[in-house]
Design a protein around this ligand. Structure first.
Ligand SMILES: Nc1ncnc2c1ncn2[C@@H]1O[C@H](COP(=O)(O)OP(=O)(O)OP(=O)(O)O)[C@@H](O)[C@H]1O
Ligand SMILES: [Mg+2]
Length: 373
């Protein structure tokens, strides 16, 4: 099955600055894909190319089998003929109009029949939960309600594609969480194919069917939230998504039976410690240099020396910060700083010797060759 939206070899530079450096991806019909990445990585530029607000230097964009942009064929469909709805960060509602007027305005300038306009406005206001506010002036609305107006306006033309550019970033944390759930529900209900841009990884995880992690105009990895978190392709992705301990090491042994690895991790002053890693990354062989990724929440913190833990590391607590749900430890293991998040009951303090339990299944090996930094 071909994707509903296809972006193929998209490239866009501004002067000498390459904002988007030849990226390709697809979105299946009815799905929501997120472009996730740090500031300046090219998310907005990609979105603007899809919307037709930028002329790409190279590549093609196809929506529902129709080519919208093809640099090679010198084809460019103007934005108003792409049937794409946009929701941006700034609310962009007109303050001197009511909610209903804000939403109906785009239809009125195109001289749609009144009855049809009224019916459509009712329907989209219901969809975004604003029916009660239809006659309220837009300035009287909260930030979240204003974003719903913007969403209603994006939906009013029944677009083939919805594009979101950090639509929640002006809202406070609680509201952002609530609205992101609403967007998910609405998107599923309407079944409208969407591309969502954010630099907030939690938002990306909640909202997306698939996530693309971008960096410097390129795609670092594409996958679902779980894959990207548990099997990051490289150092950049591992560090950008969640918190990561990354320790350099070398594969010393590959177990012939279960495929598990023994990796010697490098500690300070030439020290080494063996760790067993499961499941192994594909194609890892003896002698290869790797980065071991261990998420802080997967590490157990226990008393030093009591038992020599299988797959353990010993160290000294540098700091222990109470975070409510967990204690956030920094532990010095022979010159390597490891972060561990343990149950708040754990009683260790700065200076205490502790043993860190690292389950083999929580050690994920990233081959150093794929570490494009
Ligand atoms: N109109 C423009 N003129 C010149 N440079 C631009 C223009 N638009 C974007 N850029 C540059 O292209 C790069 C990518 O910008 P873009 O806005 O796509 O990033 P972004 O991922 O959306 O970042 P943010 O998270 O900050 O919104 C940046 O270096 C930016 O400075
Ligand atoms: Mg942007």
């Amino acid at each position: 099955m071909t994707d509903y939206l296809v972006v193929d070899g998209l490239r866009k530079a501004f002067g000498r600055e390459t904002a988007v450096d030849g990226i390709s991806f697809g979105v299946e019909k009815g799905k929501i894909l997120t472009l996730l990445g740090p500031s300046g990585c090219g998310k907005t530029t990609t979105l603007r190319c899809i919307a037709g607000l930028e002329h790409p230097d190279a590549g093609a964009i196809v929506i529902d089998g129709e080519t919208m942009t093809s640099a090679r064929e010198r084809l460019f469909v103007p934005p108003e003929r792409r049937s794409v709805g946009l929701v941006f960060q700034s609310y962009a509602v007109w303050p001197h109009m009511t909610v209903a007027q804000n939403v109906s305005y785009p239809l009125e300038v195109r001289k749609w029949p009144r009855v049809e306009v009224a019916a459509r406005v009712e329907r989209v206001l219901e969809m975004v939960g604003l029916s009660r506010y239809r006659d309220q002036y837009a300035t009287k609305l909260s930030g979240g309600q204003q974003q719903r107006v913007a969403l209603a306006r994006a939906l009013i033309f029944n677009p083939r594609l919805l594009l979101f550019d950090e639509p929640l970033s002006n809202l406070d944390a609680k509201l952002r969480e609530q609205l992101r759930m609403e967007i998910v529900h609405l998107q599923r209900e309407v079944g409208i194919t969407s591309v969502y841009v954010t630099h907030d990884q939690a938002e990306a995880m909640v909202i997306s069917d698939r996530i693309i992690v971008m960096n410097r105009g390129r795609i670092e990895q594409e996958g679902d939230a779980r894959t990207i978190y548990t099997h990051p392709a490289n150092r950049f992705v591992a560090q950008f998504i969640g918190q990561a301990n990354l320790i350099s090491g070398q594969v010393m042994e590959v177990d012939g039976l279960d495929g598990s690895l023994r990796v010697d991790v490098a500690l300070g002053a030439g020290g080494r410690a063996p760790l067993r890693a499961l499941p192994p990354g594909a194609g890892l062989q003896r002698g290869m240099r790797v980065l071991i990724l261990i998420r802080p929440e997967d590490i157990e913190v226990g008393p030093a020396g009591a038992t020599s833990r299988d797959n353990g590391l010993e160290g000294t607590v540098v700091s222990a910060v109470y975070m409510g749900q967990y204690l956030d430890y920094q532990v010095d293991v022979a010159g390597v700083r490891i972060r561990a998040q343990a149950k708040p009951g754990a009683p260790y303090r700065g200076g205490d010797r502790v043993a860190l339990g690292v389950p083999p299944a929580a050690c994920f090996c990233i081959p150093e060759e794929s570490d494009g930094q």
